[in-house]
Design a protein around this ligand. Structure first.
Ligand code: GLC
Ligand code: GLC
Length: 821
């Protein structure tokens, strides 16, 4: 069952009913000011940091769901409704929410009144704009009163939900009913003391009234759906003083049949680092910057222009990689939604979604490096900055803080270090950046350790330390020690926690164990080899050969001590016993080492028919034991009881999260692995199982947005198999984009050129990829037999070439590549 459709031309998902299984959201903003917005206009806004600079309130975990947003109430002769359906929930004659790239347009109609609201954050502005168009679609005159509404958050979102004894006496606002650009409300709580910022909420019209006190607007014991001011039909003129500050204007709109009227509503963030006050008595905030903002959005034409600029920006970004394949689902994921999700994930890391409250986590060291794989082609200069930020938190021994804070860019001591996969992801990020850009100068960039001034060394030295960290921390089988955990945060082999509620990631680890990770070993084979390539190209031939020897050693260790007979082992526990073995009743096989070993080229053999090759055996075992129609589960069989020597993985009921859920982040590793052995048909089949556009028809089962990946889909042993959770902010976005763009469609940047090596199977017999790389455009036409093991032969600008590397052309050139396989 569907709840909408893709409008590919407009690059929108159109939700056609308010009654989706869950709020389906979008993100506004791409620089400093961000908003989350659901198809029912729920959500909130913040400036840069979702915890420290929250502008508006949102209630996670609320009954009913999706409580808090930017709402517009309509009073039509006593009939009160909201075009976003929530919060009033009056029946609508038509409803539509269009989620586009950085904007959402919600249209609701009732009794001959249509209200269309376009929400977006313009480029270069710290503000969310609502461009509202009200139309009288009836044959009678309509005398309407509209009420805008937002509820302000007292900046620190954590404190806002906990510290009521202080907060309820703080709120202050200023009201400017007849300002130079309409009517404005200034939310200035704590401005009197140390803050130099406030929020402004304004409409570009004379407001007939206003409210700033929530209790007055809503009425005692009412919900937002029964708010008393819109029902009364006139604003009460309340002035917030303590308690709960809100912003609301009322605007009378009289419309003849067929007539429309536009309004522009602005929610802005203003900082006054110098002149805070407009007067010496410190009574009134300096409104200059707010007025300048409102002046830029004083007319609907100005709003339209800003919106056009946003559309153009996205068209430009998405022109770097596109495909036409004849499979509309594939095209819309590759060309629009997967790349869009990569950008949002880059902007948000894991901070603010409908599953992440924006007050919890900083930027993950490993997460950010992997996210980079998905957006480096879109905004390479921002990727460069991100790399330097991440590397600056590394420790001199090569280990890393697990997280760092985006505002301070410092390592986060609360979470600490000791996740032994972290260092290697830095190599992954840097190598991807150089392949995309050719900017070798980044390796010479001076970068400190743990942000300590004076400790700067060239970035390349950081990579050497990353590599060296794994080498220096190996266990009895020559495999890397796991530390607190590896990529799988829930595989806590040294933790042995028996205290309820204690964090598996941060509690004191038991010393003296020998827990090793086969997964980190496979990473080392992949990224150790990349490190050696970088060293070689820096003229460090000896270092490169030494590194390669160590990589060879590790590959051998994986094949000897990391092999269970039909698949790769997952790890060795504290006592040196294997994990991920057929010898145990549960957790027999784990996805991570199967996918990553094969994508690293371990045990690949001679091709798709080499049934003896460990890679093929591991992939076949994965298909058999991990496969489900909804994707591959993380491990199988899931643990049915808590295993103290394994940690958090066994805390989830079977089939959820890391305990046998379909953790979508690692499915692309297997997809890539299948392309490595030449089985594109299987790879594409796996791709379709988890990719949202292919799951749109089962939206009632999947339940989350059909346009973005979710972190997890409940696994085959779960009660709710097939149901997704944690949409939007997940490494799944980046890795699936890598899988589909670089391996299924097969166009991937390398140091000296674009490798063209499609492996997508017979279902996509021909396609064209347009790729902009280092300023040149490559138009790549593929004719594909889909035969297993077939590799393309290439004709570049009319001349056949050996191999599959198309050398980089000068910026501005257009190169035509014809591929047949
Ligand atoms: C979450 C974390 C990520 C981790 C994964 C598996 O997605 O953000 O860092 O690798 O879970 O545990
Ligand atoms: C929990 C989650 C996991 C996440 C980790 C770190 O263990 O299950 O997905 O990576 O927390 O925050």
């Amino acid at each position: 069952m569907r709840y909408g459709y893709f409008d590919d031309e407009a690059r929108e998902y159109v939700v056609t009913t308010p009654h989706t299984p869950y709020p389906w959201i979008n993100y506004l903003g791409s620089e400093r000011f961000f908003s989350l917005i659901s198809h029912q206009a729920g959500g909130y806004s913040f400036f840069r940091d979702a915890r420290m600079r929250r502008l508006t309130r949102y209630r996670y975990n609320n009954i009913p769901a999706d409580a808090g947003g930017r709402y517009l109430y309509v009073n039509d002769g006593g009939d009160v409704w909201t075009p976003s359906w929530l919060p009033v929930k009056a029946d609508l004659d038509t409803f539509e929410a269009r989620h586009g790239l950085g904007y959402t347009r919600i249209t609701g109609e009732r009794n001959g009144v249509r209200v269309d609201t376009l929400h977006f954050v313009p480029l270069g502005e710290d503000a969310e704009i609502q461009k509202i168009t009200v139309t009288n679609t009836s044959s009678e005159t309509k005398d309407l009163t509209l009420f805008t509404f937002v509820e302000f958050c007292l900046w620190n979102a954590q404190d806002d939900q906990t510290n009521y004894q202080r907060n309820l006496s703080l709120a202050e606002v200023e009201i400017e009913q007849d300002g130079p650009y309409g009517s404005a409300i200034f939310h200035k709580t704590e401005y009197r003391e140390r803050r130099d910022h406030y929020a402004v909420f304004a409409v570009n019209a004379h407001a007939d009234g206003f409210d700033t006190d929530r209790d007055t607007f809503v009425g005692p014991f009412n919900g937002l759906g029964e708010a008393s001011v819109p029902r009364a039909g006139t604003s009460a003129g309340s002035v917030a003083s303590g308690w709960y500050p809100i912003g609301s204007h009322s605007v009378r709109v009289d419309l003849a049949p067929g007539e429309s009227r536009d309004l522009v509503v602005v929610l802005g963030y203003v900082e006054n680092p110098d002149e805070k006050w407009a007067d010496d008595a410190h009574q009134l905030v300096n409104r200059e910057r707010a007025h300048a903002l409102l002046a830029r959005f004083a007319t609907s034409e100005q709003a339209d222009e800003a919106f056009e600029a946003l559309r153009t920006y996205w068209t430009g970004l998405l022109s770097t990689y596109s495909v036409t394949s004849g499979d509309e689902k594939l095209d819309r994921m590759v060309n629009v939604w997967n790349q869009y999700q990569c950008m949002v994930t880059f902007n948000m890391s894991r901070s603010a979604s409908y599953f992440e409250t924006g007050i919890g986590r900083g930027m993950g060291f490993r997460d950010s490096n992997q996210d980079l794989l998905g957006f480096v082609h879109l905004v390479p200069e921002r990727a460069r900055e991100r790399i330097i930020d991440i590397a600056s938190t590394q420790f001199p021994d090569g280990s890393a803080y697990h997280q760092y804070q985006p505002l301070t860019k410092r390592g986060n001591n609360d979470i600490g270090a000791g996740f032994n996969d972290d260092p290697l992801w830095l190599i992954a990020g840097v190598a991807a950046y150089i392949r995309e850009t050719g900017d070798w100068s980044i390796l010479d960039e001076p970068v400190p350790f743990d942000n300590a001034e004076g400790s700067e060394v060239p970035l390349f030295e950081h990579l050497t330390r990353s590599f060296g960290f794994t080498v220096a921390n190996r266990g009895p089988h020559g495999l890397p020690l796991i530390g607190r955990a590896d990529w799988n945060d829930c595989l806590n082999l040294n933790c042995f926690s028996t205290t309820p509620g204690e964090s598996f990631q941060t509690t004191e680890n038991k010393a003296g164990g020998v827990a090793e990770s086969v997964f980190i070993a496979t990473m080392f084979v992949k990224y150790g080899a990349e490190y050696a390539d970088l060293a070689e190209r820096r003229g460090l031939g000896d270092a490169a050969s030494q590194a390669r020897a160590l990589v060879d050693e590790m590959r051998e260790a994986v094949l000897t001590h990391g092999w269970d007979g039909k698949w790769f082992l997952r790890a060795y526990d504290f006592f040196g016993n294997p994990i991920g073995t057929d010898a145990k009743p549960e957790g027999k096989i784990w996805i991570e080492p199967q996918g990553f070993a094969v994508l690293a080229g371990i045990g690949v053999g001679t091709g798709p028919d080499d049934e003896e090759a460990p890679a093929i055996q591991a992939l076949n075992s994965s298909a058999e034991m991990l496969g489900t129609p909804h994707g591959l589960v993380l491990q199988y069989p899931a643990y049915t009881t808590y295993q103290v020597e394994l940690g958090e993985v066994s805390t989830y009921p079977p089939g959820y999260k890391e305990n046998g859920g379909i953790f979508c982040h690692n499915n692309p590793w297997v997809i890539i692995g299948e392309t490595v052995v030449g089985r594109g048909d299987i790879a594409f089949d796996y791709y379709k199982r988890i990719t949202p556009a292919y799951r749109e028809e089962i939206s009632d089962v999947h339940r989350l947005e059909p346009y973005v990946y979710a972190q997890m889909i409940a696994g085959k042993e779960a009660v709710r198999h097939g149901e997704a959770k944690n949409s939007w902010l997940t490494g799944t976005a980046a890795w699936n984009f890598v899988a589909v763009s670089q391996h299924l469609l097969g166009v991937r940047p390398d140091f000296d050129g674009l490798v063209v090596d499609p492996q997508i199977g017979p279902e996509v017999p021909s396609f064209t990829v347009t790729r902009v790389a280092r300023g040149a455009t490559y138009v790549i036409d593929v004719t594909n037999s889909g035969e297993r093991g077939a590799r393309g032969s290439l004709v570049v600008d009319g001349t056949p070439i050996e191999g599959n590397l198309v050398p980089y052309a000068p910026a501005g050139a257009t190169v035509r590549v014809a591929v047949t396989l």
